[in-house]
Design a protein around this ligand. Structure first.
Ligand SMILES: Cc1ncc(COP(=O)(O)O)c(C=O)c1O
Length: 493
């Protein structure tokens, strides 16, 4: 834009043939049509829809619309409640797929974050030591049993699981890097863990890792046979409670046997606690119910206190030190840019303190058991509709009977027009009715369309369970034909 002037010479510069113009903003640096924070908050639902379709995920909108979720704009959220644009309160039994153990906007978490901001604390933990990352790592090591003492901080469950696979592989070496995983497992969607996420949908036609092998979940003999036949398997990776599969547990003998088998064969066991951890099952880690300790574990979701993205991989010290303990290999494993970021760390620190000071795990055990008993009463009342109630704490699955082949004749013609995914799935119709007519939000399940996942915040009280049970009872009392016809009517309306 400007002619070059030679400032460091006394020589007379040649006359500048270029006419100097007043500096102006280059067209490509001018502010584009940006929305402000206030614009975002005030955005009407029609505009949200348009932008979601244009720039986020038009396909996902299709599913929101199918379930009737697309008409809702959440304006605020507090405790176990969402509030929408019309002031309607929605009871949250979905809990962000397990990421809202502390409820929405827990006042102590908000206060800790505000104080941190007001004090102008620093965020990026890469140049200097971080007191916040150090304190969080200390807390996690103090909570984790045995010598699960070394912590890697990240931002998502997938990232923590990638770190878990890497530390295990580095420990075992390339000749024993094969990973055994379970049918219906969900470990994330990033390129590495995708190979052990047992979903044709998510794996699509991506190229996957060769050195993985799959067995049925909870089948110790299948694992023994696999390990005996293939000495390259050096890692077993399992969710402690399978979430995406529809809240599936294995018995205590399986976990005790797995620990003994892994010790016998010198195989590392990674326990994925991204969904079942941080108190959700009524113990901090679900594996604590079985009296066993894995070699490596991973947390995410509620570790961020419902306010931020925070994840952790925790490894036994011996494993970590062999993998990354020397200065030559320490940086192989250095943090990502946002690993251990300040405000996220103090959010997690405050959340962990609240967990123990407010007895949230006791509450999850107590109110979770109450919820299970109430659901079992409904199962006894509607055996033709409810097939199973399972899970522990606030990680519960409610499985409906499969109607894919047996939908009543009266609703079949209307159903034939509908989306494949919903046709035989009572959980879709019931979830939709709970929100539409009773202001209760529940979650669906990746692999089992008949299961509704119940993962309310750990602060949930019996009175909230009573509201949910009353709503579910009302929906079920109509019977299948009413449930389906109400749904079809709502789609037309
Ligand atoms: C058991 C388990 N592992 C890993 C992940 C991946 O976590 P994220 O979605 O934070 O990447 C999830 C997410 O639902 C999960 O449930």
């Amino acid at each position: 834009m400007f002619g070059l002037l030679n400032k460091n010479t006394t020589e007379t510069a040649a006359p500048n043939p270029i006419k100097l113009e007043a500096p102006s903003i280059a067209p490509d640096l001018a502010r584009p049509n940006l929305l402000s924070v206030e614009d975002a908050k005030a955005m009407p639902i029609e505009k949200m829809t348009e932008l979601f379709m244009d720039h986020l995920n038009p396909g996902q909108y299709h599913f929101m619309k199918l379930l009737g979720f697309h008409k809702i704009k959440i304006e605020s959220a507090e405790g176990v409640w969402y509030t929408d644009q019309n002031g309607r309160k929605i009871l949250d039994f979905f809990g962000g797929f397990g990421s809202l153990s502390f409820g929405h906007n827990h006042p102590r978490i908000l206060a800790a974050r505000k104080k941190f901001q007001d004090e102008n604390r620093h965020e990026i933990a890469m140049a200097f030591l971080s007191q916040y990352a150090a304190a969080l790592a200390h807390n996690l090591a103090a909570i984790a049993p045995g010598d699960l003492d070394m912590v890697f901080l990240g931002s998502s469950g997938s990232e923590a699981m990638e770190a878990a696979l890497k530390v295990a592989e580095k420990y075992q070496g390339p000749k024993r890097s094969k990973v055994l995983y379970a049918e219906h497992a969900f470990h994330g969607k990033t390129k590495g863990v995708l190979s052990i996420t047992d979903s044709k949908l998510y794996q699509s036609d991506f190229t996957l890792l060769d050195d993985v092998t799959k067995v049925p979940f909870g089948d110790l003999e299948a694992i023994r046979t696999a390990l005996e036949n293939d000495p390259e398997i050096g890692i077993v990776c399992l969710e402690t409670i399978q979430g995406g599969a529809g809240i599936v547990e294995a018995p205590v003998e399986f976990w005790r046997g797995l620990r003994a088998l892994c010790d016998e064969k010198n195989v590392l066991w990674i326990a994925d606690e991204v969904q079942s951890g941080t108190g959700r099952s009524g113990r901090f880690f679900a594996f604590e119910h079985y009296g066993v300790i894995p070699d490596v574990t991973a947390l995410a979701k509620s570790l961020g206190g419902g306010k931020t993205a925070m994840a952790a991989m925790i490894a036994r010290k011996e494993i970590y030190m062999k993998a990354y303990g020397k200065k030559e290999n320490a940086l192989i494993h250095g943090p990502a840019t946002f690993g251990g970021i300040g405000e996220s760390c103090i959010t997690a620190i405050e959340a962990l303190n609240i967990m123990y000071e407010d007895d949230l795990m006791e509450n999850a055990q107590d109110v979770g058991a109450y919820m299970k008993a109430e659901l079992q009463k409904l199962q006894a009342k509607y055996p033709k509709l409810i097939k199973d109630v399972r899970g522990r704490g606030f990680m519960m699955g409610l499985e409906f009977q499969d109607f894919s082949q047996t939908m009543p004749m009266a609703v079949r013609p209307a159903l034939s027009l509908m989306d494949e995914k919903l046709k035989g799935s009572l959980s879709g119709f019931i979830g939709s009715a709970l929100l539409r007519d009773h202001d209760v939000l529940v979650a669906f399940t990746e692999y089992n369309r008949n299961v509704v996942r119940l993962q309310p915040p750990l602060i949930t009280q019996r009175e909230h369970v009573d509201m949910f049970i009353k709503a579910l009872d009302k929906v079920l009392s109509g019977g299948v034909i009413k449930i389906v016809t109400d749904f079809i009517k709502s789609q037309r309306g």
